[in-house]
Design a protein around this ligand. Sequence first.
Ligand code: SF4
Length: 570
Amino acid sequence: MDHAPVLPVSRAEMDALGWNRCDVVIVSGDAYVDHPSFGAALIGRYLESLGYRVGIIPQPDVVNVSDVLRLGVPRLFVGITSGVMDSMVSHYTSLHKPRSDDAYSPGGRPGKRPDRALLRYVNLVQRAMPGIPVVIGGIEASLRRFSHYDFWSDKVRKSILLDTKATVLVYGMGEKAVAEIAAALDGGRTPENVRGTVTYADAGRFGSLGMERYVELPSHEDVSGNPAAFMEMTRTIERESNPWCGSVLVQKADRRVVIAHPPAFPLSSREMDHVYGLPFSGVPHPSYREVIPAYEMIRNSITVVRGCAGGCSFCALGLHQGRFVSSRSPNSVIAEVGRLTRRKDFRGTVSDLGGPTANLYGLGCRNPDAMRSCRRNSCLYPDICVNFDTDHSEYVELLDRVSAVGGVRNVYISSGIRYDVAIRSRKFLEKLVRNHVPGYLKVAPEHFSASVLELMRKPHPGLWRRFKKLFDGIAGKTEKKIFIRPYLMAAFPGCTVAHAVEAARELEKEGLRPEAVQIFLPTPMTMATAMYHTGLHPETGEPLEVARKPSEKKRRLAVLLGRRSGRPRA
Ligand code: SF4
């Protein structure tokens, strides 16, 4: 066997594999589930496929240094992630209340990872293994790579790379960057100029690095005290996010300078097939005795697409994964479905064929020249770009092929869909409503006020109404009872009480019951968070009304819901 049945989490498992040392150890704030939806497993298995010996330390004890040493000191580096979510988002609601559960921990119990997990873990590793190269990644590192507004301390914090003093920060989806870093360290070289990474240097030494072309962001000191500079920084980061034409970005902070190389190129279909076809066991590490809720949610689902072209101003996942969509080939997806059907606990339902946005599978820019120089922050907003392919044939075919696999009785779409794109394909809508909706379809219009939607970069309410009419028309002709359950967001920056009234009226008029209503949570680095922090409109620089006090947020939530029973997902 050229791969481990599970990546080792203990000395005994290393011994069983005949290893005396790991090449790489990955420390993670999540439980270890050997499934590609979990970043530590994904990166670990990818490095394994390149010939490295990788061990995992899930949710280490941060008090006892010896716990993080349980696999010994690795030969090349320690990779550290706080987990699938930013640890502060995992732990606190938008009203600053501690969450009562943690879906990525055994038993769903909170408290298995510390607040500001990345800082704590790096500190732990640096104490336990002085001098070892430390590579930080995952969403907490990715979206805190420049100066950023931290909602939980109500402060602008500098790049987390400077706070942690890690060797290098990997942002976005990290396979290619981590592979380059491992190869450099394995060859005795310092990883340099790697796409999708951030490093830092003393400001006095920056000139000697010979960097000829770069864009300088306003310094940490500027953005900390000046809202307009903060907004300019956020706009520049967005503008430079295209891997084909984005620049090196630099930002001074104190006497140091953060250097962010352009993003990694998105994975090709063949690369996606390789990554998702790695020998994941597909289940939690056998040592766990309790259910891991996040695993229960995805155990029968298949990731078919990565990235989102939508560019919604509040979406941390879209920002992390990037605007350019990567899709797996149908054969790779069918092979995974085959493995799923052979599992003893499979009952015939594939719960999702999706990703950040399911119906963007197989879609993207059909004009390579335009794509390589594109500076838009969304392919879909304010209108669907003329170069964006909206032909759903590949996704429709994939749904058909997966439905025809022996042992599969139902194939559902549980990931979100872009309804502005979906209404361009009657065939897809017919299929979706007739065959792939488990009772109700979850969609995320997020609001119904045109002014708020513009700030969110979401489709105009007119498109929502068109989608709803088409959906209802098709659903009315089926024998099943099928409904739409919208996801909505309250207290978005710029959303006044009058806007909340507008949204409540739409719910009333359409007889809609929201699936969930989320109070806006300002996660690091999004444009929406820049609006929240600065109180400025991102294009005009005009002041925005922002609900900051919990009472103001709750009022907008209450107005939006009226007496309805939508469950707050704060
Ligand atoms: S040209 Fe249009 S479709 Fe292509 S990347 Fe830019 S916005 Fe997207």
